[in-house]
Ligand binder design. Sequence first.
Ligand code: GLU
Length: 312
Amino acid sequence: MDAAGHRVGRVLDPLNLTPGWRTRFAPAPTGLLHLGHVVNAIYVWGMARAHDGRVVLRIEDHDRSRCRAEYEQALLDDLDWLGFVPDEGKTNEFRTGASPRRQSDNDWRYAAAITALELRGLVYTCQCSRGDIARLVDDVPNEEMCYPGTCRDAQLPPDASPQRRVRLGPERERFFDLLRGPQAQVPAAQCGDLLVRDRLGQWTYQFAVTVDDLEQQIDVVIRGEDLLESTGRQRALARLLGRRRPLQFLHHPLIRHPDGTKLSKSAGDTGVRELRAAGLSAAEVIGRAAHLAGLQPSDAPCAATDVQRFFQ
Ligand code: GLU
């Protein structure tokens, strides 16, 4: 059990998936890999190897202002060193040129997806800044602001702002999390109409990831619980984009510093590079991450090729 009483490391139900089902490892090159990423890799590769799945590597660099080419190189090198080998999106493919799985190489896909939604009247131009929204809603620190729909019916011309939102219906999204059981979310009440392109003209995380999961035929999303709140809206958006068979989700607990704070990508004590420089082997780093995640009682070494044992 983790601190919140969730069962850790055991899926609730056997996966109802045909062999060859697809999941993805999707780091953002905004910093160096740390033990939190290693935990996610253990879940992704472990579940895939234990249950006949395939792993796609995607580089999520939609936020151009925070992503750096040198972080991408470092994360590819660290993945190779750790021994996590993707079935699609090999690390060398990313090193040697344009990849269908690097978001910044895929602008046209997002543009095509938004055009398809525009043609159905589902997209509108929005001029509101965060400050504008904060003035209209209860702005509770650390809580998400729900867009109140200010520009929804304003029919602003496209050149009024690069920002675009997608109209979301009032539906309750129900889904089954493979670790946490049944979930329900109402995206229209959580975030309001979804921002899909921002003031800088960049595709948002929510939009890019939903388009990618659809295009790359992902069946199961395995990620940290900090993204649980995003799932309902991604499901709603995916349906608008034409997804028929819903994605399955597994949100795993995050590992934290002893004081409860989230690991930051700059955290020296948990960086894969620091641990490697301190003389740890890849199997020792993976074993330590598995232990911190509650997947094994000690930090016994575990090779990347052996992580399926936590999920069998
Ligand atoms: N790129 C995100 C991250 O590095 C993961 C997104 C996702 O799994 O949906 O945290």
